[in-house]
Design a protein around this ligand. Structure first.
Ligand code: 3NM
Ligand code: MG
Length: 539
C-alpha cells in the first residue's frame, strides 16, 4: 500500500453503482472523471453483480485509482479486497463483524463501517483504535440509491449525535464521512451544521453515489462538489452574517433599509395569525402575502427582498412546506422558522423535525417551551401551544437559545418576559474535520431584551406569531451590507417596545390589539431606537 492510514483524505469519497450510469459513460469513465476533478477516495460498491464481473471491475478501477494515487476501498467483499490487495474494506452493520474483518485484513488496511446510531459509536470506541478507521454517517437524507433502506434519514441533527458520541467515547482516531442524499443544494448546510457540541470535530468529508455516478457530465458534477468542499463560507442569505453586537445606530440602519426595500413577506402561517400578521407587516412598511400555493413559491422567492415566515401552526401540506423551504434556500432568501407547539404532540414534533432537516433557516424563533425542547433541555411535553415554562431561570433560557443557534447555524430567539437572541451563524464559515475549533454554544454572542412584564400580550391572539412577521420583515429588508443579527435583535426590540407603549395606551385587550399596530407603525416610522423603552444587554 502506498498510503499510511493517517494520510487518507476523506473529503470527497465516491462510491460506485454501475446501475445508474448515463448513456455513453462507463463505470471507469465516471470514476476517472471524478478522480481528475477532486475525488479523494473511491469505494467499489456493486450489489447485484457476479463475483467474476465484480473482480474484473474492481481491478480496472484499481488501475485508475493507482494512476491518481487515490486509495481504493471494497464494499463487503473482504475476499476480493484481499485477493487484489485493495487499500481497504467497507462493511455495514449486518455484514461480517468488525473484529473478524480486521483479523482477516491485517492492521494496515483501511476499515470503514456504516454507522447510524450513537450506541454503535460506543461499540467502536470499546474496540479501540486498531479496528474502525472511519465511519459512514448516515443515512443523512432520503435517497433512492440504497435499495431496501433499513434506516430512516437522520438529518444533520442525527449526524451531530454521532459526532457527539465520538467525542463522548473518545474515539479520536475515527474519521467520519456523511452519506445519503447529499447533493450541491444541501452539502454546505451539512458541513456547517454537523459539528460536535464541544466544537472539536466536524465531518471529515462527504460520501456519495448518484451525484457523480449518475451525472451526464461527471467532470462538471465533481468540480462543483469540490468547490463546495473547498469553499469556507456558506452565504445562505444575501446579507452580512458577521456576529458583532447590535447598537442603536446599526438597528436604525436596518430600519432604513427595510423602509427603502419594502420586503415582500410570504406568510405560511396558522389561521389565527393571518389577518393580524398581515396588518403588522403593513405597519412596518412591508408587503404581506399569505400564500400556501406550491406552484408559486419559486416565483415569490425570486422577487427582490422576498422573505418567508414559516409558522408550523399552519396546516399546509408537508410537500408545499418543503417546496417553499427549497425555493427560498435556493436563491439565498431568508426563512424565519416558528415551530409552533414544537413538542406539544408527536405529530407536531415529527413535522417540525422533518422541516428542520430540510433547510437552512436565517432565524428560528420560539417561546420558552419551544426553545427548551429544541435544545433538548426539557423533557416534559408542552401543554398546548402556549408557553408553559413557568419559572425557568434566565441562565437556562440563554443556554437553550445558544444551543439552538449553534446546532442550526441560525439566529435563535427565545421569547418570554425576557427575550434572548443568540447568533450561531459563525459568519457562515465552516471547516472540515476541526469544526468550530472548540468554540461552543456557550461562547456565542447573545443579547437579552427586557422591558418588564407586558401581561396583556398574552390576552390577544397571535402576538408571538406576529413577532415572527416583524423578524421576517426586518431580515427581508436588509441590503447586502445589513447584518442578520442586527435585524433580528432590532425586530425584537421594536416589538417589545411597541407592546409596552400599546399597553400604556389601551383600555383592554381589544384596544390593545389596535394600539399595538399603531405603536409598531409609529416607532418604525420615527426610527429612533435610542428612545425605545426595551433595553438591550449583552449576556
Ligand atoms: N450507504 P446517494 S446511504 C451507499 O446510509 C449508501 O449507510 C448509505 O447514495 C448509508 O449519494 C447510501 O446517491 C447511498 O444518495 C448514498
Ligand atoms: Mg454491506
Amino acid at each position: 500500500m502506498v498510503f499510511t492510514k493517517e494520510e487518507v483524505d476523506y473529503s470527497l469519497y465516491l462510491v460506485t453503482d454501475s446501475t445508474m450510469l448515463p448513456p455513453g459513460t462507463t463505470l471507469c469513465s465516471q470514476v476517472e472523471a471524478g478522480l481528475k476533478n477532486g475525488v479523494t477516495l473511491v469505494q467499489i460498491r456493486e450489489k447485484d453483480i457476479e463475483t467474476k464481473n465484480f473482480v474484473a471491475e474492481a481491478l480496472e478501477v484499481q488501475k485508475i485509482c493507482k494512476k491518481y494515487n487515490v486509495p481504493l476501498i471494497i464494499n463487503d467483499r473482504i475476499d476480493v479486497a484481499m485477493a487484489m490487495d485493495a487499500d481497504g474494506v467497507h462493511v455495514g452493520q449486518d455484514d461480517m463483524p468488525i473484529p473478524m474483518v480486521r483479523k482477516l485484513l491485517g492492521p494496515s488496511k483501511i476499515l470503514g463501517w456504516s454507522v447510524g446510531k450513537p450506541s454503535e459509536v460506543e461499540t467502536l470506541a470499546k474496540w479501540g483504535p486498531d479496528m474502525v478507521d472511519y465511519i459512514g454517517v448516515g443515512t443523512l437524507f432520503p435517497t433512492s440509491t440504497k435499495k431496501n433502506p433499513k434506516k430512516s434519514p437522520m438529518g444533520p441533527q442525527g449526524a451531530i449525535a454521532i459526532l457527539d458520541a465520538l467525542e463522548e467515547f473518545k474515539a479520536t482516531w475515527c474519521r467520519t464521512v456523511g452519506i445519503g442524499g447529499l447533493h450541491p443544494d444541501n452539502i454546505q448546510r451539512v458541513l456547517c451544521q454537523c459539528v460536535a457540541s464541544n466544537g472539536k470535530r466536524s465531518l471529515d468529508g462527504i460520501s456519495l453515489v448518484s451525484d457523480i455516478m449518475a451525472a451526464p457530465d461527471a467532470c462538471a458534477a465533481t468540480k462543483r462538489l469540490r468547490g463546495l468542499l473547498d469553499a469556507t463560507r456558506y452565504q445562505f442569505v444575501e446579507c452580512e452574517l458577521n456576529n458583532t453586537f447590535p447598537t442603536t445606530t446599526s438597528i436604525q440602519n436596518v430600519i432604513s433599509q427595510v423602509s427603502n426595500n419594502r420586503p415582500l413577506v410570504q406568510h405560511i402561517t396558522n389561521k389565527v395569525h393571518q389577518n393580524f400578521g398581515a396588518n403588522v407587516t403593513l405597519a412596518l412598511g412591508s408587503s404581506p402575502i399569505m400564500s400556501e400555493i406550491e406552484s408559486e413559491v419559486s416565483e415569490l422567492a425570486r422577487i427582490p427582498n422576498a422573505s418567508l415566515l414559516l409558522n408550523t401552526g399552519s396546516v399546509a401540506p408537508i410537500e408545499m412546506l418543503k417546496a417553499a423551504i427549497n425555493a427560498y434556500n435556493e436563491v439565498n432568501r431568508p426563512i424565519t422558522f416558528d415551530p409552533v407547539g414544537y413538542s406539544a404532540t408527536e405529530t407536531r414534533l415529527c413535522l417540525n423535525n422533518t422541516l428542520l432537516t430540510y433547510g437552512q433557516f436565517a432565524c428560528i424563533k420560539g417561546n420558552c417551551s419551544e426553545i427548551l425542547s429544541l435544545a433538548k433541555l426539557n423533557n416534559h411535553k408542552m401543554k398546548g401551544v402556549d408557553s408553559s415554562s413557568g419559572k425557568t431561570n434566565i441562565d437556562t433560557l440563554v443556554r437553550a437559545t445558544q444551543i439552538v443557534a449553534f446546532q442550526y447555524r441560525t439566529v435563535a430567539v427565545c421569547t418570554g418576559e425576557f427575550d434572548c437572541v443568540a447568533d450561531g451563524t459563525f459568519g457562515g464559515e465552516y471547516k472540515l474535520s476541526s469544526g468550530t475549533e472548540g468554540i461552543t454554544a456557550e461562547d456565542l454572542p447573545c443579547v437579552i431584551i427586557e422591558d418588564g412584564p407586558i401581561p396583556i400580550m398574552g390576552d390577544i391572539t397571535a402576538s408571538g406569531c406576529s413577532l415572527g412577521s416583524t423578524i421576517a420583515s426586518f431580515i427581508g429588508g436588509l441590503d447586502s451590507t445589513g447584518k442578520l443579527f442586527d435585524a433580528v435583535v432590532g425586530a425584537v426590540l421594536l416589538y417589545k417596545s411597541a407592546g409596552k407603549l400599546a399597553s400604556t395606551r389601551c383600555q383592554g385587550s381589544g384596544s390593545f390589539h389596535v394600539e399595538l399596530i399603531d405603536a409598531l407603525y409609529q416607532l418604525f416610522h420615527e426610527n429612533k431606537p435610542e428612545k425605545w423603552s426595551a433595553s438591550l444587554k449583552k449576556f
